[in-house]
Design a protein around this ligand. Structure first.
Ligand SMILES: [Zn+2]
Length: 290
């Protein structure tokens, strides 16, 4: 019998597939098979967690700026700025901007466009980096879903998530919420429209991984449009993540060497006691990136 990883109910007849990162936030491909999240939970997340986040003003502006399509293929065009179409500015790396324009422009006009955009970026980022309860729960939801996704979406891993106490707090937080917000780490690590592997006409929408620390903690780390978020699978605090950052010169766990990753993982294993957990995470690690 298929069981939903969030509520544990029979999901054999569920019809919906679950997008790990919301579809309207730039994810078209990372999808969980039918039944991993039941229709009821899928619907709940869409209405109570994803919608309030996606419909908040800073995110709507970002969606307009990046021309992210919603489920129906529609984009947002209600804001004066950032402009879309002609005169659109994109930041593809720290100091590189790409400007689309139809009519001939002088050097000064182009400079003005970039300065205008930089001012917008500053203001926009200050809003995007603020603590957000919906985003916190969205991170919790994505953490569990990405775990299942990376482990190959097997029944075994779904059962493990449902049955092991280590996951019960984060599962309940994602699905039912709490009065208190789970803290998460948030910072910009690269330009929001960073060119994907040097191709200036595409950009990195999102990328994610897990960080295993020497303190025996596991963090879900995801960068979406250049902002890196990290949430602790074991509880509402992130001291361990800040400790790791300090030791690693504020590098992103998404951008460390394989050797460093293995080293961290080894230390994690010596710290954790449960052999079952060790086994699963071992299998997890062996699969590597897709
Ligand atoms: Zn469910």
């Amino acid at each position: 019998m298929k069981r939903c990883i969030f509520c544990g109910s029979d999901s054999s007849c569920s019809k919906s597939v679950e997008h790990i990162v919301p579809e309207s936030f730039g994810n078209k491909s990372a999808i969980l098979k039918k039944g991993i999240v039941c229709d009821k939970c899928n619907n709940y997340f869409a209405r109570k967690v994803e919608q309030p986040f996606l419909e908040s003003e800073p995110i709507r502006k970002l969606r307009q700026e990046l021309q992210l399509e919603n489920k129906k293929g529609k984009t947002i065009s209600e804001y004066q700025y950032p402009k879309i179409g002609d005169n659109q500015v994109r930041q593809i790396s720290d100091n590189n901007f790409l400007i689309y324009f139809i009519e001939e422009k002088t050097e000064t006009e182009l400079e003005t466009l970039v300065q205008e955009y930089q001012r917008y970026l500053l203001q926009s980022d200050s809003l995007l980096l603020e603590e957000n309860i919906y985003l916190s729960r969205l991170l919790a939801k994505m953490a569990l879903e990405y775990f299942v996704y990376k482990c190959g979406q097997t029944q075994e891993v779904c059962d493990y998530i449902l049955e092991d106490d280590a996951f019960s707090s984060i599962r309940n937080y994602a699905r039912y919420g709490e009065r208190k917000i789970w803290l998460y780490s948030v910072r910009r690590i690269y330009a929001r429209d960073k060119a994907y592997k040097g191709d200036i006409f595409s950009s990195i929408s999102w990328e994610a991984d897990f960080l295993f620390t020497e303190l025996g903690e596991v963090y879900f780390v995801i960068a979406m449009h250049g902002i890196e978020y990290a949430i602790n699978l074991g509880g509402p605090i992130i001291e361990g993540y800040n400790f790791w950052l300090k030791k690693n010169e504020n590098k992103s766990p998404l951008y460390i060497s394989d050797e460093a990753r293995k080293e961290d993982y080894k230390k994690y294993l010596t710290k954790t006691a449960s052999s079952k957990e060790k086994k699963l995470f071992y299998e997890f690690d062996a699969k590597g990136d897709e």
